[in-house]
Design a protein around this ligand. Structure first.
Ligand code: MN
Ligand code: MN
Length: 436
């Protein structure tokens, strides 16, 4: 018997051992032989697996991987991890990649919109996304909807309006990297400002949300009998003729004059009952990082620092080239991602030996079902910026590093076969971005 076989044969507890003896022996094994034991066991169990991976890697570099047929070259080039997956990828999983760049753009005078919803991205049951552009003066008309709306300003400047549950007015100007949140049923509008309007991302807490199904002021009034609308407002029917000249499905987006000063709008809108005390907006462009390491920074925005946002939590993540958003999972909600800039790749581990890696570029959308393990790596040469969005009142995650470094070391060593020295080098508090 060689040393390793002896160590393995000493493994199972003898029926004649007292519990104390057993404890002593386990402690002895733990201190002196855990590495030998675990390496030998792991070696035998994984020999087949290692051979399989070697075979796949070999096939990826010989004639097996040649591709003489047709190819969408642009799509192939932006998805290298799909064309040549890491050899650790395995099994069939639901698609968790989508892109606004493949979505229809509804273009009207004053701007455009496009959306990614569960209709064409079936995995995204919790959240739908809309990307919208408004020219200077362009208006996304006064409306509300059944889903709550969270927004990130991607460029330019905009004026938003809303009324709170007491009917009090909120009028605010927002700029790049600012957020807003409109709860379910809260009426609101968005208008582009000088010099070049705005572009923004909207995130809704319902995968079935559609921009084509919101309550527009011009659509509702247009489809109310004129005599009823006149009676409702206590005005003459003849004074409402313009309402019945709008398109049958309302304005939605339309070009208008750039509004005057913010102060004038605030004053005019709150003259009767005063301004709202609810902060529907959040100046993320002024927010210091919640966590910062050598390779990136994370801003966490949820109901703890943005109280109105009770159903959507967010992390805004910046990873420098070569950096990694560490292996982690979320206990409380599915994750919907939007990629703002850079190039990243994400592997999602779907359990039962299933794993898949996808590439993400600016404008792409990712999705990770609740509790599934994943990482996001910057594989480009500029900052990777993306959003982690959750239908939840707070951001919540656990990392692989904090799991293994806050568990009895022997237990971890016996699972993974790593050395004590290696285990001790693993970060004790999750860094979020590595290297820290
Ligand atoms: Mn809306
Ligand atoms: Mn995540």
């Amino acid at each position: 018997m060689n040393k390793e076989e002896k160590a393995v044969s000493a493994g199972p507890r003898s029926l004649t051992e007292s519990p104390d003896q057993s404890w002593d022996r386990r402690r002895f094994l733990g201190k002196s032989s855990a590495l030998v034991l675990s390496t030998a066991l792991a070696g035998r169990m994984e020999a087949q697996g290692a051979q399989d991976i070697q075979k796949i890697e070999k096939a990826q570099h010989d004639k097996s991987a040649t591709d003489p047929g047709p190819e969408n070259q642009a799509l192939k080039d932006s998805n290298p991890n799909t064309f040549m997956p890491p050899s650790t990828d395995h099994g069939e999983v639901q698609t968790f990649w989508s892109s606004f760049s493949a979505a229809h753009r509804r273009i009207q005078e004053g701007g455009w919109s496009r959306q990614v919803t569960v209709e064409d991205f079936p995995i995204s049951k919790d959240i739908a996304g809309v990307n919208m552009r408004l020219t200077a003066g362009g208006i996304r008309e006064l409306h509300w909807h059944n889903a709550a709306e969270w927004a990130l300003m991607l460029s330019g400047n905009a004026r938003i309006t809303a009324i709170d549950n007491e009917g009090k007015s909120a009028v605010r100007d927002v700029t790049k990297d600012d957020l807003w949140f409109f709860p379910t049923g809260t009426p609101h509008s968005i208008q582009g400002l000088e010099p070049d309007g705005c572009e923004f991302l909207l995130v809704f807490d319902d995968g079935k949300f559609s921009e084509a199904n919101t309550t527009l002021i011009s659509d509702w009034t247009r489809h109310t009998p004129p005599e009823v609308l006149a009676k409702n407002w206590g005005v003459a029917e003849s004074a409402l003729e313009s309402i019945y000249k709008v398109p049958p499905d309302g304005h939605y987006i339309f070009q208008a004059a750039v509004p005057g000063s913010l102060q004038d709008d605030i004053q005019a809108a709150s003259e009767s009952i005063g301004p709202s005390s609810v902060a529907f907006d959040f100046a993320m462009h002024k927010m210091p990082a919640s966590r910062k390491t050598q390779y990136g920074e994370v801003r966490i925005i949820d109901s703890r620092n943005f109280p109105v946002s009770t159903t959507i939590a967010a992390a805004h993540v910046i990873v420098k080239p070569g950096g990694l958003r560490e292996l982690h999972w979320h206990q409380n909600a599915d994750e919907w991602q939007y990629y703002v800039a850079g190039k990243g790749r994400m592997t999602v581990f779907f359990n039962g030996a299933k794993a898949r890696t996808a590439d993400f570029n600016a404008g792409d959308v990712g999705y990770v079902p609740k509790t599934l393990g994943h990482y996001v790596e910057n594989v480009g040469d500029s900052d990777l910026i993306f959003l982690e969005m959750f239908k939840a009142d707070r951001f919540m995650d656990l990392s692989l590093s904090e799991w293994v470094s806050n568990t009895p070391p022997e237990l971890v060593i016996q699972h993974l076969g790593i050395s004590r020295e290696t285990l001790q080098a693993i970060p004790k508090k999750k860094p979020l971005i590595m290297p820290q």
